[in-house]
Design a protein around this ligand. Structure first.
Ligand code: ADP
Ligand code: MG
Length: 253
């Protein structure tokens, strides 16, 4: 039996008269990578920000690790890790200084080098934030979500705009974080990423959850309806060609 760590029931969010989230319900299990998928404007970020206590909901119930969002938002803040937009970091501080700054805000003791090692940035410890590539900035911002040793981390489109190597590297990092016992909620609109990474996904569209299952189950269900791809797919795609030619190793180091 899986333990539920996040439970969302009939969550609604209106912006004025616009219903951005229209009564969605889902559970996230402890230790899984849970994906929220959907086109732009589906309501993914709104949903995450409500669970993260950063946005008011209109109605519904949210529980995080047994804590009710309405009664104990401050306790919830302590057990979650939220990724800042990369624009949220002081560009002129180096990575160790930034980690120490966040640790101070959280009132936590951390070993900056151990954290940087986890995200493969130990060589960049003395680099300023602004001197890093897009992939490195994303890995660093994921490192900062771990400072308060959270039970759950929230990653909102962490791989948007990254090159194929940097995306793969980030997938490995997310899997590593999960393997150390942290639950991960991630949004993406890359389907290959969701298929690779997520144990279960909820597909959102126009403020509703329209499907919720493992990627495998969703594909099997579609195939069971008689669906077939219009043409035979080759046994490789252009991304395979690109990775084959340019290698898997990171270029932004
Ligand atoms: P997603 O992350 O899936 O792209 P969002 O949660 O950001 O979707 O947005 C859902 C819908 O709510 C969109 O139509 C967006 O324009 C609208 N929206 C988001 N934030 C606000 C806001 N602060 N005020 C008004 N409308 C908003
Ligand atoms: Mg969004």
């Amino acid at each position: 039996m899986q333990k539920t760590i996040i439970s969302v029931k009939d969550l609604k969010k209106n912006y004025g008269s616009f219903e951005a989230v229209k009564g969605i319900s889902f559970d996230v299990y402890e230790g899984e990578i849970f994906g929220l998928l959907g086109p732009n404007g589906a309501g993914k970020s709104t949903t995450l920000e409500i669970i993260e206590t950063l946005r008011e909901k209109t109605s519904g119930q949210v529980m995080v690790d047994g804590l009710d969002l309405d009664k104990a938002p401050d306790s919830i803040k302590k057990i979650i890790g939220v990724q800042l937009q990369t624009s949220g970091f002081y560009p002129g501080l180096n990575l160790v200084e930034l980690i120490n700054l966040f640790a101070g805000l959280y009132n936590e003791k951390v070993d900056p080098m151990a954290l940087l090692k986890l995200v493969n940035l130990e060589d960049k410890a003395k680099n300023k934030f602004k001197e890093m590539s897009g992939g490195q900035k994303q890995r660093f911002s994921i490192a900062t979500t771990l400072i308060n040793k959270p039970r759950v981390i929230f990653l909102d489109e962490p791989t948007t705009g990254l090159d194929p190597q940097a995306r793969r590297n980030l997938w490995d990092l997310v899997k590593k974080i999960r393997s150390e016992g942290t639950t991960v909620i991630i949004t993406t609109h890359y389907m290959d990423e969701a298929e690779q990474l997520c144990d279960r996904i909820a597909i959102m569209d126009e403020g509703k959850v329209i499907a919720l299952a493992s990627p495998d189950k969703m594909i099997d269900d579609l195939v069971a309806t008689g669906f077939e791809r219009p043409k035979q797919v080759k046994s490789a795609n252009l991304e395979d060609v690109f990775i084959h030619l340019t290698g898997k190793e990171m270029r932004d180091e």
